[in-house]
Every structure is written in structure tokens, then in C-alpha cells.
Write a protein of this length. Structure first.
Length: 205
């Protein structure tokens, strides 16, 4: 080859090297941009995954998602069901309290029923029952008295003005087999505990 041909080939090689070097730089630049895009995309995917997992956990905690296999028509989520149960219990308790309040009011009224009596009276109680009510036999009870106290039907015998007479009668009643009988006292028609009796009455015992 001549000198000119060698120079021409040399120039061609240099041009090829420049072209290859330029292409390599271009490819490197593209690769760098794609790597940056992949990094951003990876970060975005990780953020979305973290967001959806966090949202799922929040929904699970709040009971808005139910994985029990039931559809919305088949059941209510646990928190709603628990709320409804508590609400129902509260309503039942409120109704029960109202019943107790009315019952206590009735008991108070029954305890204050006027008997049309004055002073102390004493009777011998021989029984007290919630279910046994002999009101319909009132005309046939004779000397047996039926009274209501604390929503319980109570049956007494006799009515004495003097505590000493009531004690004597009570002793006879116990001997007849009413071992659980006891004396009940009233003042002006209202029932009172025996320990509230005046001293002069207790002295008669």
C-alpha cells in the first residue's frame, strides 16, 4: 500500500473509533437514564405497596374488611355487631332499671297503706309467699289476715293492742306447729320493726 492509502486507512480507523466511542457514550447515557427511571419506579412501587399494606391494616383494625367469607348481605362486620350487642344490653338494663324503680315505688306505696288504725297493734305472722294469693277467699279466712308487704303475700293471726297478749298468743301458735311464726307490729296502720317499739312496750315482755 502506498503512503496515501495508509493515511486514508488510518483516518478511517480513527473515524470508526470516534463513532464507536460516541456510540458507547450514548449507550452509557441511555443506560444511566434507564437505571434512574428503574430506581424511581422501584421506589414508587415500594411506596405504593407500603401504602396499600398500611391501608389494609387500618381497614382490618376498624373492621371494615371481613375475610370470613361472608358477603355484606350474610353478616355484619365484628365491630358493628359488637356495638349492636352493647346497645341491646344497654336497652335491656335500662328497661330492667325502670322495672326495679317502678317496683320499688309500688313497694313503698304498699308499705304506707293506711289501715285505719291508731296506736300499736300486734299480729302473729305464720307465712309469707310470693305465689299464693288468697284474696278471693277473703270472706272465708275467718281470723286469718292476708296482707301485702314488699310484694309478698303475708298471713297473720290475731290483732292485739298489748304486746304481752301477742307474746302469749305467739307462744301458743308455736306450740301448734308454726315454729317459724313471729310477731309483727304496726303503728297507726303502718308496719314498724319490733326494735322501734317504745320502752314501756318492751318492758311488758
Amino acid at each position: 500500500m502506498t503512503t496515501q492509502e495508509l493515511e486514508f486507512e488510518s483516518k478511517k480507523d480513527k473515524m470508526r473509533l470516534k463513532a464507536v466511542d460516541k456510540e458507547v457514550r450514548r449507550l452509557r447515557n441511555i443506560n444511566r437514564k434507564q437505571s434512574a427511571k428503574l430506581t424511581k419506579l422501584r421506589k414508587a412501587l415500594l411506596f405504593q405497596a407500603f401504602f396499600f399494606i398500611s391501608l389494609l391494616l387500618v381497614l382490618l383494625v376498624k373492621g371494615m374488611i371481613n375475610f370470613s367469607g361472608n358477603t355484606q348481605e350474610d353478616g355484619i362486620n365484628p365491630l358493628t355487631e359488637q356495638y349492636n350487642q352493647l346497645l341491646a344490653q344497654q336497652r335491656i338494663q335500662s328497661a330492667t332499671l325502670n322495672l326495679y324503680r317502678d317496683s320499688l315505688s309500688n313497694i313503698k306505696n304498699e308499705n304506707l297503706v293506711e289501715r285505719g288504725e291508731s296506736g300499736y297493734k300486734y299480729r302473729i305472722q305464720i307465712g309469707a309467699f310470693k305465689e299464693i294469693d288468697l284474696t278471693e277467699f277473703a270472706d272465708n279466712l275467718g281470723t286469718i289476715n292476708q296482707e301485702t308487704y314488699d310484694s309478698i303475700y303475708q298471713y297473720t293471726l290475731g290483732k292485739f293492742d298489748e304486746y304481752e297478749k301477742a307474746l302469749e298468743f305467739w307462744s301458743n301458735i308455736k306450740n301448734m306447729g308454726f315454729a317459724d311464726s313471729f310477731i309483727v307490729a304496726t303503728k297507726d296502720g303502718r308496719r314498724v320493726p319490733l326494735h322501734h317499739l317504745p320502752a314501756e312496750n318492751k318492758d311488758e315482755k
